[in-house]
Design a protein around this ligand. Sequence first.
Ligand SMILES: [Zn+2]
Length: 293
Amino acid sequence: MAELKKFLSKDGSIRIATVISTETVNDAFRYFEASPLAKTLMARAITGAILMASQMKERLGTALHFIGEGPIQSIFASAQYEGGAKVYCENRNAELPEGVTHLGAGLGAGRLDVIQSRPFEREPLRGTVELYTGEIGDDIAYYLNQSHQIPAIVSLAARPAEKGVEVAGGYIIELMPGYTDEIIQKLEQLQPLVESTVRKLQHGAAPEDLIDIYLDHFEFEEVTHPYKPHYECGCSVERVERSLLLLGRGTLDEMVKDKESAEIACEFCGCKYELSIEALKKLRDSLDEVPVH
Ligand SMILES: [Zn+2]
């Protein structure tokens, strides 16, 4: 199980969520492989969603949708306050173009859509910003700053391995209303002294080790968070059927013609669903009932 910890400075002006998400990320890669580029960006995205959702309230969650012109095309990651999280990448085999080392080029220019549920509101809060660097962490920091006027330090890290990732984790430090210029200056002075998150993760860091410098220089109290992040898809045969409907009548017709039944894999977790020929026919026929204008 992943470890997540939260801290609040005694004056209430700085809050931190920090997590070691290696296991959660590796659960995402249990059913399918991905290129090192896709793995790294997907791991950062799900880690970011987990951290953001952890600062919400019961039964609320955050979804991050990165959409770019680069080879990755898009990454979707979502997490609930209770820890369930999942991630999907449009082109899991994407590689960086020859000679390019900047990982942000995987997404390229594009945008980040953030959908956050709100307490007591039926409609979620939607926000969109342009991708800042496409490196995920920078884009989340940019979103928090632009859409919520929250200055933030976001560090999301992952090191891909032969199978899944070797390590993944990160933290988000947010300034809360009432912060002073002095606090910003102090954070800015500390930032260059912080050792790389990947290196810390590789040395077996606990969540609080990732942010130890900040904990040493401000007075913090730990905030109890009763949930552990975990990979959770929440898929069902109904959802798989709904995604089949999007393929349209032609595709469903072919499936009905070719097969006795169809095995459909969920695109988030690889979980396989067997649909009978009757179920496929019913789906196909239901499309005819939709009025065409
Ligand atoms: Zn699933």
